[in-house]
Design a protein around this ligand. Structure first.
Ligand code: SF4
Length: 291
């Protein structure tokens, strides 16, 4: 849940989730729609799909236990180097470091070297003896992440409170390295076409050409080009929506219709048992103003 998402956003979802699914076995028995419904509003739904696939694999193949080796853990869907190292450190107290943006920044600043020039794996292997000096490896993995988030922060690091300030090269240097800037925001323009009917329903399909919205229930979405729009579609409004580093500029169109194309299904604008992503829910809110 914490991948790409802030702790304060995750907490209510995490609490609700762990209250409902207390064991791997109970989670492994649900279907994709159920896990997506629990995840509704948290975004990045691939994480939910991967979590379910991993859970089923752990229950069926590994007797509900996390494997002990990085190689095996990385076979779980959605688990890459970072998550595998975090798991093996947290759970099995192995001497390892989960290298996320925070940890990279700490090392980069401490050495006053540009992040992209550092081979982090090599750096950790060479300095293993100095890094893992206690048996509290699981605390160390977490402490390093927290240190990057709270002390050696992206902006205004708290150097006066830092336990490394006597040896930190960044602090001492008159030629400080540039710290990685945030990803650039990209603006994209879309036309969204909604079939609606008098029963306050909207037509949605999973067939979508937009890469980051693949396999979700959505109306027809097309990139905004200069082509003329069929006059059957009526303009409803323009609004903005941001997803990750994308700012979407959306022109919303609607058409009252009793029929929808074959690949579409009708969904109620008010209540649905099926999972509806937040992106689509925002469209629901705009379209609801028609009634
Ligand atoms: S002294 Fe400052 S820049 Fe260096 S590691 Fe500590 S917080 Fe980061």
């Amino acid at each position: 849940m914490l991948q790409q998402t802030q702790v304060k956003t995750v907490i209510p979802f995490f609490n609700k989730f762990t209250k409902k699914y207390k064991t791997l076995e109970s989670l492994s028995k649900i279907n994709e729609n159920q896990i997506l419904k629990m995840w509704e509003g948290l975004g990045y739904y691939r994480r939910a799909r991967n979590l379910l696939l991993s859970t089923k694999l752990l229950v069926n193949k590994y007797n509900s236990k996390l494997p002990h080796t990085l190689k095996e853990i990385k076979k779980l869907p959605g688990v890459g180097d970072y998550t595998a190292n975090a798991l093996i450190g947290f759970i099995y107290n192995e001497p390892t470091i989960a290298i996320d943006g925070n940890v990279k920044r700490v090392f980069s600043r401490y050495l006053n070297q540009i992040e992209s020039k550092i081979n982090f794996e090599k750096l950790i292997t060479i300095n293993k003896k100095n890094l893992f000096i206690t048996n509290r490896n699981s605390d160390f993995v977490e402490a390093l992440m927290e240190f990057g988030a709270l002390i050696c922060k992206p902006k205004d690091p708290k150097c006066s409170q830092c336990c490394l300030n006597k040896s930190c090269r960044y602090l001492k240097s008159s030629n400080k390295v540039e710290i990685n800037k945030r990803k650039k925001i990209k603006v994209m323009n879309y036309n969204i076409f909604c079939y609606v009917n008098k029963k306050k329903q909207i037509g949605l399909t999973k067939e979508n050409e937009i890469k980051f919205l693949k396999n979700f229930n959505l109306p027809l979405i097309k990139e905004m080009k200069k082509n003329s729009i069929n006059k059957d579609w009526k303009f409803l409004k323009n609004y903005k929506n941001s997803i990750s580093n994308l700012n979407l500029n959306i022109n919303l169109y609607y058409k009252f219709s009793k029929k929808i194309p074959k690949t579409y299904n009708w969904y109620s604008l008010n209540n649905n048992k099926e999972f509806i992503p937040s992106f689509t829910k925002r469209i629901f809110n705009q379209v609801s103003t028609l009634f």
